[in-house]
Design a protein around this ligand. Structure first.
Ligand code: RFL
Ligand code: PHB
Length: 390
């Protein structure tokens, strides 16, 4: 098989790039380790920056997003039994975010791809990028007991944190930066109306909480939990009790409980790999960087990577110019590091760190108290939350 652009990974970054390439008349193949239903079963992000929404529009895949996405002009921070409003719209001169699930983004893009009739290979094993340091890169993989090969002009690693693309790079060509946090997020999804109109990020001595949503009838909640916790040991009742314990009374009283249909624990990590290009292999999205979910930046960073990468590929094919591809890694990393900083800052300010001494706890409290009390600090929070410009 031969294509112009071979994309490893059928998550949001791979699908968004694939769709934009197809619309630009650039031939592409997507290959994934699992199948469509497995990918759609992963519950992840819910907050889209305007830049991501614009990308979905450019990809002509925003009909449902435009109809069903919930525009949010602000969010709440819960502290010491009270709520503090962060007026995103007012603080940023009219910007907002959109609540729309990553599962829906992925499904919308998959549906477009199917309608386009473009090749997607699911359930492929041992997917490996080869000879990307030379002129003729290719991918090897196994499916149905046979070994196959895809030749391409470029290989794009959109294969997430554990995928094969970054691992295929010789260690001396790549530098990585990492921080692992000593807790995880236990997430629960249920078909119950949300407890509040806007998202509520809560700081509490028992640990962080987040009240989020997917729609007016579907809620997503998170609890900070020790990494040693097992999801099997968290009954729905225990989850709801702990959630209400950590929330201010007015929010706790408004929590509507119901049976969960998804519950999982995700570890929190900050990670960046530099550079993001190795000859004919490019990394994008979680393959190159991870942020803790506190700032809602992971999916949005995947979208900004694809912005720069797609522009570079289009310039390569349409204008015969290598400038965009040559600039990709540097342009993407400049935005990534700012989102890494913001996500780390939100995480340290809002979570409880067991190893903190009394001084550390007071400093984290003072950081949050200052942020809530200063218009300048709230403005900085708001402009990062709605997304820095591309
Ligand atoms: P994905 O979504 O991980 O997709 C990678 C794809 O690559 C495939 N793959 C392979 N394919 C072939 N061979 C192999 N060996 C392969 N190994 C893996 C996988 O099957 C998969 O289909 O990466 P992508 O596309 O870069 O997208 C990144 C986002 O998924 C991620 O950044 C966000 O979900 C992060 N995130 C959030 N981001 C936000 O912007 N806003 C949020 O509100 C937000 N909340 C979250 C989050 C992530 C969370 N978890 C569970 C990590 C909340 C949570 C709880
Ligand atoms: C979510 O709805 O899953 C969500 C929202 C905001 C975050 C993280 C996750 O910061």
């Amino acid at each position: 098989m031969r294509t112009q652009v071979a994309i490893i990974g059928s998550g949001p970054s791979g699908l968004l790039l694939g769709r934009l390439l197809t619309l630009a008349g650039i031939d592409n193949i997507i290959i994934d380790r699992v199948d469509r239903e497995y990918i759609l079963g992963r519950v992840r992000a819910g907050v889209l920056e305007q830049g991501m929404v614009n990308m979905m529009r450019e990809a002509q895949a925003s009909e449902k997003l435009d109809a069903e996405g919930l525009p949010h002009d602000g969010f709440e921070i819960a502290l010491n039994g009270g709520l503090h409003h962060i007026d995103l719209h007012g603080l940023t001169g009219g910007k907002r975010v959109t609540i729309y699930g990553q599962t829906e983004v992925t499904r919308d893009l998959m549906d477009k791809r199917e309608a386009d009739g473009v090749t997607t290979i699911y359930d492929a094993q041992h997917v490996t990028p080869r000879e990307f340091g030379g002129k003729n890169p290719w991918i090897s993989y196994e499916k149905d007991g046979a070994t196959h090969r895809i030749d391409a002009d470029f290989i794009i690693g959109c294969d997430g944190f554990h995928g094969p693309s970054r691992k295929a790079v010789p260690p001396k060509a790549i530098e990585t930066f990492e921080r692992v946090y000593p807790f995880g997020w236990l997430g629960l999804l249920a078909d119950v109306p949300p407890a509040a109109e806007e998202l509520v990020y809560g700081k509490h001595a028992r640990g962080f909480t987040l009240c989020s949503m997917r729609s007016k009838t579907r809620s997503r909640y998170y609890l900070q939990v020790p990494l040693t916790d097992q999801v099997e040991n968290w009954s729905d009742d225990a989850f709801w009790d702990e959630l209400r314990r950590r929330l201010p009374e007015q929010v706790a009283d408004a929590v509507v409980t119901g049976p969960s249909f998804e519950k999982s624990i995700a570890p929190l990590r900050s990670f960046v790999a530099e550079p993001m290009r190795f000859g004919k292999l490019f990394l994008a999205g979680d393959a190159a960087h991870i942020v803790p979910p506190t700032g809602a930046k992971g999916l949005n960073l995947a979208a900004s990577d694809i912005r720069y990468l797609f522009d570079g590929l289009r310039e390569h094919y349409a204008d015969k110019s290598p400038a965009g591809l040559n600039a990709y890694s540097e342009r993407a990393l400049a935005r990534i590091w700012k989102a890494e900083r913001f996500s780390w800052w939100m995480t340290t300010m809002l979570h409880t760190f067991a190893e903190d001494d009394a001084f550390g706890r007071r400093i984290h409290d003072a950081e949050l108290s200052y942020t809530l009390s200063s218009v300048a600090a709230r403005t900085a929070l708001a402009e990062n939350y709605v997304g820095l410009p591309y």
